[in-house]
Write a protein that binds this ligand. Structure first.
Ligand code: SF4
Length: 473
């Protein structure tokens, strides 16, 4: 029996694409290393597709990037254009068939695409493309056929994508390719990140800048909300949608999803997490002996909280780097728990101390309860928990697996109830205002923070109601 070991919101996907204008490098290899660096965005499945001499080759499967691909496969995917995808399944099934990239085609055109995000009005959109037979259960395929449908009407690729932006509700950062071009698209709200890089004669599109660094590429800039980037042998071109509503980048990218060495829309993820610690220090003065962070994303906030308050920072746990995302539950020994295998408290640092434990977010509270319990068992006198995200009270409809409001403990329980449940001596959360300050904002303009404040981006389609029934679409 396997189960997920993280009690966290789950990011749904990472996308990466390369076009080499000199035609001298194997773009699939670059994509492999790009995906490796985006693995934190999705671990259920991954895939790479490439073009070589007008022919598309694609390989995808369930598993991590280094489990799915080997050198032989990458050699077979040799091409001067490639796109790749890592997926955490938030819509559709966890099956190799729903892995991406997807290839969609009609009699005239063929497109290969990889999508990060989630579409809200999939049912309505499917009606527009009812003449096509969908082969997967994921909304990303709908996007591909919507574009093909517009191409069939005689529009250019840019115009086709601009057209479909008018009637899609939801989040989408896309990388696409056809025989001649690599294309990047960011939805008009800019909910998911996408950036552009350059490596010698190759252009790269990536969900996060950390993947550009990993392959030795130079960061050029972020793709703007509503922007379409087209790269072919003549160079790079940008087309923009007139955007009425402002940007609504998912603030959770800074809380947990994105890697700390990434920069999104000009803001360093590490810096934002560090700022969260500073804001928490302004908000909560706690008498304690040691600050520890829950690895990995709780650590920058813990260090800066310690620096600001003068309470020493120390390593509270050793994290087992080799534990996978799923854990085989022992049928013989119920006491062997995933959290025990993943994080082991360092007793010598903990014993007899009043600990401040910093974590990035609290979803169900089950994992944190296990961690607090273990700290106390290791001899901690007190455990005070501070969380660098506000209480998560609302479901996400934009591709983040919050599954069901019922599973969000803060949606129905008081902070005091949660404190008792996780066995902590005190429990405090950052405020929405302080979180926004951490990412350089005085108000929530520019961000979606709906899982904290319930203020979802405005929908184009009035017939959609955001109810929990939509969550598992
Ligand atoms: Fe991100 Fe929360 Fe908005 Fe979903 S609801 S996009 S997780 S901020």
């Amino acid at each position: 029996m396997c189960f997920e070991i993280n009690d966290k919101l789950k990011e749904e996907c990472g996308v990466f694409g390369v076009i080499d204008l000199s035609g001298s490098i194997n773009c699939s290899e670059i994509t492999y290393y790009g995906l490796y660096s985006l693995q934190h965005r999705g671990q259920h499945s991954c895939g790479i597709a490439s073009y070589l001499e007008n022919k598309v080759n694609c390989y995808k499967n369930l598993g991590l990037v280094n489990e799915v691909f080997n050198q032989e496969l990458l050699n077979n995917l040799n091409g001067n254009k490639a796109i790749g995808h890592v997926r955490y399944a938030t819509s559709g099934e966890v099956s190799a068939n729903d892995a991406q990239p997807l290839i969609v085609s009609n009699k005239k055109d063929q497109l290969v695409l990889a999508h990060n995000g989630h579409i809200l009005n999939g049912t309505e959109l499917k009606r527009r493309i009812s003449k096509y037979k969908l082969k997967t259960s994921i909304d990303s395929e709908i996007l591909g056929y919507l574009i093909l449908n517009e191409l069939e009407k005689g529009y250019t690729l840019e115009k086709s994508i601009l057209n479909i932006m008018d009637f899609i509700d939801g989040a989408y950062s896309l990388v696409l390719m056809d025989n001649d071009r690599l294309i990047g698209v960011r939805d008009p709200l800019g909910m998911r990140p996408l950036c552009i890089g350059k490596l010698n004669d190759a252009y790269i599109l990536s969900s996060e800048s950390c993947a550009l660094n990993a392959v030795g590429a130079k960061f050029i800039r972020d793709v703007d909300p509503g922007e379409i980037i087209i790269i072919d042998k003549t160079g790079i071109k940008s087309v923009k949608k007139e955007v009425n509503e402002g940007k609504r980048l998912c603030i959770f990218e800074f809380v947990y999803f994105a890697r700390e060495d990434s920069k999104i829309d000009g803001m360093s993820v590490y810096k934002a997490r560090e700022n969260m610690g500073k804001e928490l220090a302004k908000l909560y003065k706690i008498d304690a002996d040691l600050v520890v962070g829950v690895p990995d994303s709780g650590i920058p906030a813990a260090i800066s909280y310690a620096n600001e308050t003068g309470i020493p920072y120390g390593q509270g746990f050793v994290k087992n780097k080799y534990i996978g995302r799923t854990f085989i539950k022992s049928v013989q020994n119920e006491r062997i728990k995933a959290v025990n295998i993943k994080l082991n408290p360092i007793k010598e640092n903990i014993r007899g101390k009043r600990i401040i434990l910093v974590d990035d977010s609290l979803v169900r509270g089950t994992t944190l309860k296990g961690i607090v319990k273990r700290l106390k068992k290791a001899g901690a006198k007190e455990v005070h928990v501070i969380i660098s995200a506000p209480p998560i009270k609302f479901s996400c409809f934009y591709g983040i697996a919050t599954s069901n409001t019922k599973e969000l403990i803060a949606s129905s329980k008081s902070i005091e109830y949660i404190r008792k449940y996780i066995l902590a001596d005190s429990l405090n959360f950052i405020t929405i205002e302080a979180l926004l300050k951490s990412v350089g904002k005085e108000n929530n303009s520019g961000f979606c923070a709906a899982c904290f404040d319930g203020k979802y981006p405005k929908l184009k389609n009035d017939s959609i109601t955001l109810t929990k029934n939509l969550v598992n679409m």
